[in-house]
Design a protein around this ligand. Structure first.
Ligand SMILES: *Cc1c(COP(=O)(O)O)cnc(C)c1O
Length: 396
């Protein structure tokens, strides 16, 4: 296999000026990240600060209703409310061990910015977060959280003033300030070694879940399901199960409204191969290679690319990728609240929405392990607005 590739996908499609920090990171992956000292400190942070291991919860009420054995890996219980903190603590610790003083990040909805600002505060690092001006208006709450945590939020006013423009701005900043700055990318995207490094930091999800499931059920699940934006919670959940042929892997993307020609984020289901943000992967693009706008009711799924390893898992047939509409995710959100007492993130609600919509086609009694990537408290405004407009369009 070519260095930094997953089959035909991955690589390092970056300007020459970005190669020195990428090579430095590749070396750090071999030396620092593999060291006993890193392992010891990372494990301690995950346990005492992040709150790992997160729980494995059986959905007793939903299982009965669906005729399945449904289990949730509870990343919503991790500090800051989602899996993103696993990655930012790993990269934060690496930054410190590299002797650098600043964590740089991009953020869309603000969740990765908050997780990065949290890691920076805990580890005594400076933090600069690039965020599209449109997103800053939409997510004022998370901007306040980042500022309270001591981060500097830089508005990005180019392009669509959203996530992909924030990534471009952060990459430019990194080129200029690479000596003292580490770019803390938020998902398993971007040039090598980010997809591999971030997968390894998130793989704790699947490692824990596999051991917990074995202990409680005595075998492996029949099916593992996770939502896919950039793909980090999904690859973190899948990684440990990829070598287990009896375990079916299902990644769930956001189909938007589901109307023909609507904007969506179903990159693997409907996209085509190309290069974005330094990596070759599947993308939402025009025939001429212009990146298309993406959309999802779940802010964390709203990205026109996807991690290259998922493109390869799809190409090899090892994992299957499906998509779920905004409405299905909203219905799943409400179902989990009422039947199990858990408010799921809208992103995670896509994974659950697929299980609810397709339960009849899954062999009765199958065990399904679902990654509940985050908690839904952050989404209450979006949910209330979406439910109100559903009511209006139904004319009542
Ligand atoms: C950011 C986010 C996602 C999407 O990111 P991935 O890299 O695909 O995991 C999913 N769920 C939650 C709760 C998020 O905050």
């Amino acid at each position: 296999m070519k260095k930094g590739y997953f089959g035909d996908f991955g690589g390092q499609f970056v300007p020459e000026l970005l190669m020195p920090p990428l090579l430095e990171l590749e070396r750090a992956m071999e030396t620092i990240v593999r060291s006993e000292e890193f392992d010891r400190q990372f494990k301690a942070l995950l346990k005492d600060f992040v709150g790992r291991p997160t729980a494995l919860t059986r959905c007793d009420n939903l299982s009965q209703r669906l005729g399945l054995d449904l289990w949730l890996k509870r990343e919503d219980l991790a500090h800051t409310g989602a899996h993103k903190i696993n990655n930012t603590m790993g990269q934060g610790l690496l930054t410190k061990m590299l002797g650098k003083g600043t964590l740089l990040a991009e953020t869309g909805a603000g969740q990765h910015g908050v997780a990065t600002a949290t890691a920076a505060a805990k580890l005594g690092l400076e933090c600069v977060v690039y965020m599209g001006a449109v997103d800053i208006r939409r997510q004022a709450h998370n901007v306040r959280r980042m500022e309270l945590l001591g981060a500097r939020v830089e508005p990005v006013k180019t392009g669509t003033q959203t996530l992909k423009d924030a990534i471009n701005a952060a990459l430019r900043h990194w080129i200029a300030e690479q000596r003292d700055t580490h770019y803390c990318l938020g998902s398993v995207v971007g040039p090598h070694p980010f997809p591999e490094m971030i997968r390894d930091f998130q793989a704790v999800i699947g490692r824990e879940a596999k051991a917990q499931f074995r202990e409680r059920v005595g075998r492996l699940p029949d099916m593992v399901v996770a939502c896919v934006g950039g793909g980090s919670n999904a690859i973190g959940m899948f990684h440990e199960f990829v070598p287990e042929p009896g375990v079916e892997l299902v990644g769930v993307e956001a189909a938007g409204s589901g109307q023909p020609d609507c904007y969506h984020s179903a990159t693997l289901s409907l996209g085509s191969p190309g290069v974005l943000h330094g990596t070759r992967t599947k993308l939402l693009q025009t025939g001429q290679g212009q990146i298309l706008p993406s959309h999802s009711v779940a802010p964390g799924l709203d990205y026109p690319g996807v991690g290259p390893e998922h493109s390869d898992l799809q190409a090899s047939g090892r994992a299957r990728y499906v998509s779920v509409t905004d409405d299905s995710a909203l219905a799943a959100f409400q179902t989990l609240c009422r039947t199990e007492g858990i408010l799921p993130a809208l992103e995670s609600s896509h994974a659950l929405g697929w299980v609810l919509d397709n339960a009849r086609d899954i062999k009765p009694g199958s065990s399904v392990l679902l990654c509940l990537s985050g908690r839904g408290d952050k989404d209450l405004e979006i949910v209330e607005q979406a439910l109100a407009s559903q009511k209006e369009s139904k004319g009542d």
